[in-house]
Ligand binder design. Structure first.
Ligand code: MLT
Length: 388
C-alpha cells in the first residue's frame, strides 16, 4: 500500500503542526497564550444559536440539502452584498453556498485550472490557494507582498510570459496574514490586468467585517469585476462561527456555476439548520458585529501598543485580527516562533508558514481576552530584552 505522491510530498498543514507543538508544551504543564490560529474566542451570538436549535428540531431539514444552497440562504447572502457593498447579485445564478469558505477556495481550482495552467498566488498567502492548485496539476507563480508596497502585489512585475499563461489570480484583502487593505485603485488595476490577460480573479473576503477605520471594499464593487471575478465569503469571522462551516461564493455566473458543478460531484451541501442560522446571522441585529469590532480594537491597542513599548517593530493592523511582529535581528520566523513558545509560552504563527516572503515576521492574533494579551506582552518583553 502507498499514499499518493501529492500527499506524501505535502508538508503538514501549518495549523495541524502548530497544534502538535502546543500539545507537547501543554503536556509539560505550560500555560500557553494561544495567539496562533485565527479562531475567534468569543461565542456565536445567542440568536444565531437559537435559530440553529429551532431548525434542527424540524424534520424538514433532516434530509439532503440543495447542493448549491437553500434559496433563503443565497438570498440573504445577496442582500448582504447589496446592503454592504452596493453590489447587486442574482441569488439563483451568482451565489453558491459553501461548507465554509475554505471548502470553496479548495474546490475552485478544480473548476477552472487545467494541468499545466499557472495560478498567481500571494506570498505570504493562505496555504490552500497553492495546495489545491497543485492538487489539480496547476503550477504556481508567487507574487511577493512587501511591507514597503503596503502588502499589495506588484502586478507590473509579473513577467509577460507568466501573465499570458496564468488562469487565476488570487487576492485577499483584508489580508491574512498581513492585515493590510486593498485600495480602490489597486482593485481597478486588477480588473485591467485580468482583462488584458484573460485571467480569472478569485478574491477571498473572509475578513471584510473586522476593521478599524473605513469599511473594506469588496472586489466585486469594482467596475468590470463581475465579468472576471468570484469572491469567497465566510460567516466564521464576522459572527464567531468558525466551527459551523458555512460561507458562500458570489460573482460571475459562469464561475459560480462551475464551482457549483464541482460541488454536486463532491459533497451534498451544508446542513439546512446551519444555513438558516446563517440567515439569522446576516438578517438579525448587527450590533453584535459592531461590538466585536470594538472588542478587537481594544485588544489591538493593548497588544500593538504594548509590543511597541517593549521594543518590537509591529505592523499595525488596518483590518482583520492579526498583527505581524518583525523578528529581532538574527532570528528567522521559525526561530522566533520557537523562542516565543519556549520562553514566553506564547503561541505565534511563523509568517513563513504562509510563504517564503513571510520571512522576518511572526503573526499574532487578537483572539484572546485583553488580560491574556497584557500577559503576552509582559512575557514577550523578556524575549525582547535578550536582543537589546
Ligand atoms: C488562520 O489562522 O490563518 C485562519 O484561521 C485560517 C482559516 O481561516 O482557515
Amino acid at each position: 500500500m502507498r499514499v499518493a505522491a501529492r500527499i506524501a510530498e505535502l508538508p503538514p498543514y501549518l495549523f495541524a503542526r502548530i497544534d502538535e507543538l502546543k500539545a507537547e508544551a501543554r503536556a509539560k504543564g505550560a500555560d500557553l497564550i494561544e495567539l496562533g490560529i485565527g479562531d475567534p474566542d468569543l461565542p456565536t451570538p445567542a440568536h444565531v444559536v437559537a435559530a440553529l436549535e429551532k431548525a434542527a428540531r424540524d424534520p424538514r431539514h433532516h434530509q439532503y440539502p440543495s447542493y448549491v444552497g437553500m434559496e433563503a440562504f443565497r438570498r440573504a447572502a445577496a442582500a448582504f452584498y447589496g446592503r454592504r457593498f452596493g453590489v447587486s447579485l442574482d441569488a439563483a445564478r451568482e451565489v453558491v453556498a459553501l461548507i465554509g469558505s475554505k471548502e470553496g477556495i479548495a474546490h475552485f481550482p478544480m473548476a477552472v485550472v487545467d494541468p499545466g495552467d499557472l495560478v498567481l498566488v500571494p506570498d505570504p498567502g493562505y496555504p490552500v490557494y497553492e495546495t489545491w492548485t497543485r492538487f489539480v496539476g496547476g503550477e504556481v507563480h508567487k507574487m511577493p507582498l512587501r511591507r514597503d508596497r503596503g502588502f499589495l502585489p506588484d502586478l507590473a512585475a509579473i513577467p509577460t510570459d507568466v501573465a499570458r499563461r496564468a488562469r487565476v489570480l488570487w487576492i485577499n484583502y483584508p489580508n491574512n496574514p498581513t492585515a493590510a487593505l486593498a485600495t480602490e485603485a489597486f482593485y481597478g488595476d486588477v480588473v485591467a490586468f485580468a482583462r488584458a490577460h484573460d485571467i480569472i480573479v478569485a478574491s477571498d473576503l473572509a475578513y471584510s467585517e473586522i476593521y478599524f477605520g473605513e469599511p473594506p471594499r469588496s472586489f466585486l464593487e469594482t467596475p468590470g469585476a463581475m465579468d472576471v471575478g468570484i469572491e469567497f465569503h465566510s460567516l466564521s469571522k464576522t459572527y464567531n462561527m468558525t466551527g459551523w462551516r458555512v460561507g458562500w461564493a458570489a460573482g460571475n455566473a459562469m464561475l459560480v456555476g462551475a464551482l457549483g458543478k464541482v460541488k454536486t460531484h463532491t459533497d451534498s451541501g451544508c446542513f439546512e439548520a446551519i444555513q438558516l442560522a446563517g440567515v439569522a446571522a446576516l438578517e438579525g441585529p448587527q450590533d453584535v458585529v459592531a461590538d466585536l469590532r470594538a472588542t478587537y480594537r481594544a485588544r489591538r491597542d493593548v497588544l500593538c501598543g504594548g509590543l511597541r513599548e517593549v521594543g518590537f517593530d509591529i505592523v499595525e493592523p488596518k483590518a482583520a485580527f492579526y498583527t505581524l511582529v518583525a523578528c529581532p535581528a538574527g532570528l528567522s520566523s521559525l526561530d522566533f516562533t520557537a523562542r516565543l513558545l519556549a520562553e514566553a509560552h506564547v503561541v505565534a504563527t511563523p509568517a513563513t508558514g504562509f510563504g517564503a516572503a513571510g520571512e522576518g515576521f511572526v503573526r499574532l492574533t487578537l483572539c484572546a481576552p485583553e488580560v491574556r494579551l497584557v500577559e503576552a506582552v509582559r512575557r514577550m518583553a523578556k524575549v525582547a530584552a535578550a536582543f537589546r
